[in-house]
Design a protein around this ligand. Structure first.
Ligand SMILES: [Zn+2]
Length: 391
C-alpha cells in the first residue's frame, strides 16, 4: 500500500514537472508573439484588414523669373489589383488583358492575380490612353471587382535639358533627387492622399461606408531668379565655346545681377535631358553602357548630374583682379581710376627672381589707367598694386 502511494506521488511529481515545463514553454511563446512579434503581426493584420492605396500628390510647379514653367506635374495612372477580390474564374482573363495592355509577362501577372494579399502593383505611371483601354474592357466584360485604376502624377520638364543642373529631377515616387527638386523637396512635394477600405480575411468589404477617399494635397509652387531667355543664350554660347575650344572637361557660366545677387543663369556643359535623367549624355559611353558594371554607371551618372558650377573648385585667375582693383580703391592706393598713365606695363614684372609676364608681353600695354589695366587684364599692374610699386 505504502509502496503504491509512493509510486503515485512520484508519478504526480513527474506530471507536475512536465506540466510546469509545458506551461513555461507556452508562456514564452505567448510572450514572444505578444511582446516581440506583436507589432509586426498587428501591422500585418491591419494590412490585410485595410486595403489602402496611396494617391501621390501633384508636385508644385517650378517657374522662372518671368513665369515660364520649368517643371510641372502631369496626370498619369497607376493600376493595382486586389487579388482576393477577383473571382477565381476571372483571374486568367484579368491576367491576359493586363499583360496585353501593359506588355507584361502573362505567367507573372497570373501569379499576381492569385496572391493572398489585398494589393499588388501592376503598372505605375501609365498614360490615360492605356488605362482607357482597360476601362473599356472592364465595361464590356463586366469584370471590374478587384481592379483599381488610380490617379498618379509624373514630372515633366517642358524645356528638356535647359537648366538641367539647376532644376534637377525626381524619382519614381515623385521625390526630388537632384537640384532644386531635391533642395526644396519638402516644399514642392505636397502631401499624398489615400483610398482605404476595411476588409475581412477573404477580401470582402466591412462596413457600409465604401471606400474612404482622402484627397492628396498639391505641393507649393516655386519661382526661381533664373531667366529662361538669358539661360538659353548662355547655354548656346557655352556649348559653342566648349566645342570650338575642345574643352574636354566641359565648362560653366554663372550670370549674376550684381545689384541684387540674383542668379540669372547658371549653366554647365555638357548638360543632360531632365525627362530621361538616367540616359548618359556621352555617345561613346552610350554605346558601352550595357557592358558597364552598375557601380561604373552610377559614377558616370553622378558626374553627369553634378552641378560643376557650384560643386567644383577652380582657380579664379583673372576674375580675381576685380577684388584687387576694388581693394586698391577702398584702401586709397588709387584715387582716380581714369588717371591715364598712372601705371605702366613693360611686358612683365620680376617677383622673387621670377619674371611674371603680361599676356601681351610681345607688345606691352605701356601707360595705363586702372580702368584700362582692368580692361586689358594686365598682370604686371595688378601685381604692382599689391606691393604698391609701379610697374
Ligand atoms: Zn600689360
Amino acid at each position: 500500500m505504502e509502496n503504491s502511494n509512493l509510486k503515485l506521488k512520484r508519478k504526480m511529481k513527474i506530471e507536475l514537472v512536465l506540466f510546469l515545463i509545458g506551461f513555461i514553454i507556452v508562456s514564452i511563446k505567448l510572450a514572444h508573439i505578444q511582446f516581440i512579434k506583436g507589432k509586426e503581426y498587428s501591422l500585418k493584420a491591419e494590412e490585410q484588414l485595410n486595403a489602402s492605396r496611396t494617391i501621390n500628390a501633384s508636385r508644385g510647379i517650378i517657374y522662372d523669373s518671368n513665369g515660364e514653367i520649368l517643371a510641372k506635374s502631369g496626370t498619369v495612372y497607376t493600376v493595382t489589383l486586389n487579388p482576393v477580390k477577383i473571382a477565381p474564374e476571372n483571374k486568367e482573363k484579368v491576367a491576359r488583358i493586363l499583360s496585353e495592355i501593359f506588355e507584361l509577362d502573362y505567367e507573372k501577372t497570373l501569379e499576381k492575380t492569385s496572391k493572398n494579399v489585398s494589393i499588388v502593383n501592376i503598372a505605375r505611371k501609365v498614360d490615360k490612353e492605356l488605362t482607357d483601354k482597360l476601362r473599356m474592357w472592364m465595361d464590356e466584360t463586366g469584370i471590374s471587382t478587384g481592379i483599381n485604376i488610380d490617379e498618379d502624377t509624373k514630372r515633366y520638364y517642358p524645356y528638356g535639358s535647359l537648366a538641367s543642373h539647376i532644376i534637377g529631377f525626381c524619382g519614381s515616387d515623385n521625390q526630388g533627387l537632384d537640384g532644386i527638386e531635391a533642395k526644396y523637396d519638402d516644399m514642392l512635394k505636397g502631401k499624398s492622399g489615400t483610398i482605404s477600405q476595411a476588409q475581412d480575411g477573404k477580401g470582402s468589404n466591412i462596413g457600409e461606408d465604401g471606400e474612404q477617399y482622402k484627397a492628396p494635397l498639391k505641393g507649393d509652387d516655386l519661382t526661381l531668379s533664373i531667366d529662361m531667355t538669358i539661360q538659353s543664350i548662355v547655354e548656346k554660347y557655352l556649348e559653342e565655346a566648349c566645342i570650338d575650344n575642345v574643352c574636354t572637361d566641359g565648362a560653366s557660366i554663372i550670370m549674376m545681377n550684381p545689384k541684387t545677387g540674383d542668379i540669372l543663369a547658371l549653366a554647365n556643359y555638357p548638360d543632360y535631358d531632365l525627362n530621361n535623367p538616367y540616359t548618359i549624355n556621352n555617345d561613346e559611353l552610350k554605346n558601352l553602357w550595357d557592358t558597364l558594371e552598375s557601380s561604373e554607371k552610377s559614377t558616370y551618372l553622378q558626374g553627369m548630374w553634378r552641378n560643376k558650377a557650384i560643386s567644383d573648385t577652380y582657380e579664379p585667375g583673372s576674375t580675381f583682379k576685380l577684388v584687387t582693383a576694388s581693394a586698391s580703391i577702398e584702401e586709397g592706393l588709387v584715387t582716380d581710376i581714369d588717371k591715364s598713365g598712372q601705371f605702366a606695363c613693360t611686358g612683365g614684372i620680376e617677383i622673387a627672381g621670377v619674371r611674371i609676364k603680361c599676356w601681351r608681353y610681345y607688345r606691352p600695354h605701356g601707360g595705363e589707367s586702372l580702368r584700362q589695366a582692368l580692361m586689358n587684364s594686365c598682370n604686371p599692374v595688378f601685381i604692382g598694386l599689391r606691393t604698391k610699386n609701379r610697374c
